[in-house]
Design a protein around this ligand. Structure first.
Ligand code: ATP
Ligand code: MG
Length: 310
């Protein structure tokens, strides 16, 4: 549904040039949620704006729903709905009016636009707020209205640029539920996010962007597995007990103070085995923990915690 080949965007020229996107490749299959993850300035929005035909690439190519973004922009625009960063909502307009207007812009007659607006307000949980001015909405309500507006023409592809940035956990969860529901209806979603948890929760496939390139790509589980080992730590009464415990477990156990530490690719299985070995040796652990790599570890590893290149 989305195919991106060596896509590039440079703003400005010469010394002033900013290479925002420097040769990005990815593909999103029908019905997938694809997460473009990256810190501020990584190039996420620039990618989305090129796919949405709002910025012209300076190199490479992209197809949306089979249509080329440069050669067939009108067909591309018919194919997707988008909720982009910093959309200007008119604070004096009512939520329902905005949706009706969008419906009219997509060619619906008045009655159809009205019915569609009411449906969508219901979908995003804003039925009782549609009659209020947008200026009185909370951040979460605005995002939900953005999402509703993106859905007006029943697009099969959805671009969401940081749909939950700045929202509280409950509002974030409400958006996640909505996006999951759309996926279950077969909608293909490209979303950008700075939240690892969001990518982990929602995305079938993730690309981590840093400084205009894709630094890593895969399923959230692939990326975590690429980080290597799980770590099992067992807390013991004292160092002497830790040395006895390490002897009972075998050579892979390292003594660290009062603890023994075992690195393994299959942490849960190793944890169970170690507990058995200690019980058989008559050793009572004081505590035990299993640490598995998170997407955070992957992300920090790749981006050094941030990628602004001013
Ligand atoms: N119109 C523009 N003119 C010049 N530089 C730009 C323009 N738009 C973006 N950039 C630069 O391109 C780089 C990537 O910006 P982009 O907005 O794509 O990042 P992002 O990943 O969406 O970040 P954020 O998480 O903050 O939204 C940044 O260095 C930014 O300053
Ligand atoms: Mg952005």
């Amino acid at each position: 549904m989305i195919e991106v080949n060596n896509l590039q965007k440079t703003f400005g020229k010469g010394d002033e040039a900013v290479h925002a996107v420097r040769g990005v490749d990815f593909q999103v299959d029908e019905g997938q949620i694809f997460g473009l993850l990256g810190a501020n300035g990584a190039g996420k929005s620039t990618c989305v704006l090129m796919l949405a035909t709002l910025l012209a690439p300076t190199g490479g190519s992209a197809r949306v729903n089979g249509f080329d973004v440069l050669e067939q922009p009108n067909e591309v625009r018919q194919s997707f709905g988008a909720a982009l960063q910093e959309t200007g909502l008119d604070p004096l307009q009512k939520g329902v009016e905005l949706l009706e207007l969008h419906g009219r812009l997509y060619g619906y007659d008045k009655a159809t636009a009205k019915a569609r607006a009411a449906d969508l307000l219901e979908t995003v949980g804003l039925s009782s707020d549609g009659g209020r001015r947008i200026g009185t909405y909370s951040g979460g309500m605005r995002r939900r209205l953005d999402l509703a507006a993106a859905l007006i023409h029943h697009p099969r592809i959805l671009f969401l640029d940081e749909p939950t940035t700045g929202l509280d956990p409950a509002s974030r969860r409400a958006i996640w539920e909505e996006v999951s529901k759309l996926k279950s209806e077969g909608v293909t979603v490209l979303l950008t996010t700075q939240y690892l948890e969001e990518a982990d929760q929602l995305a079938d496939h993730v690309a981590i962007m840093a400084d205009g390139v894709i630094a890593a790509t895969g399923t959230p589980d692939d990326l975590k597995a690429g980080m290597g080992a799980d770590v099992v730590d067992v807390d013991l009464a004292d160092e002497a007990e830790a040395i006895r415990a390490a002897a009972a477990v075998g050579s892979e156990a390292k003594v660290v103070g009062n603890e023994i530490r075992i690195s393994a690719t299959d942490g849960p299985a190793v944890l169970a085995r170690v507990m058995n070995q200690l019980r058989e040796a008559g050793i009572e652990p004081k505590g035990v923990s299993l640490t598995q790599p998170t997407l955070d570890d992957v992300f920090l590893n790749l981006t050094d915690g941030g990628s602004d290149h001013e």
